[in-house]
Design a protein around this ligand. Structure first.
Ligand SMILES: [Zn+2]
Length: 69
């Protein structure tokens, strides 16, 4: 039995029994595919963009730390 790969990111897809997003590797990839079916490129919602910003290390915001008033 070959491991299926995600059509979106080409990663191995976990078995259906433990993967509610099957046949995609994750719900995110399933959403990407759904967006394509709907005829529009996948866009990252603003909320996720905020989360991505939070993932940046504090060093990436030197301006905030200087605080020269
Ligand atoms: Zn994927």
């Amino acid at each position: 039995m070959t491991t299926p790969t995600c059509a979106i990111c080409q990663k191995p897809v976990p078995p259906r029994t433990e993967n509610s997003a099957f046949p995609f590797c994750s719900k995110r990839c399933r959403a990407v595919d759904l967006g394509r079916w709907l005829g529009e490129e996948y866009r990252v919602p603003d909320r996720q963009a905020d989360e991505r910003e939070d993932e940046l290390p504090a060093d990436s915001h030197p301006e905030r730390q200087r605080g020269d008033a």
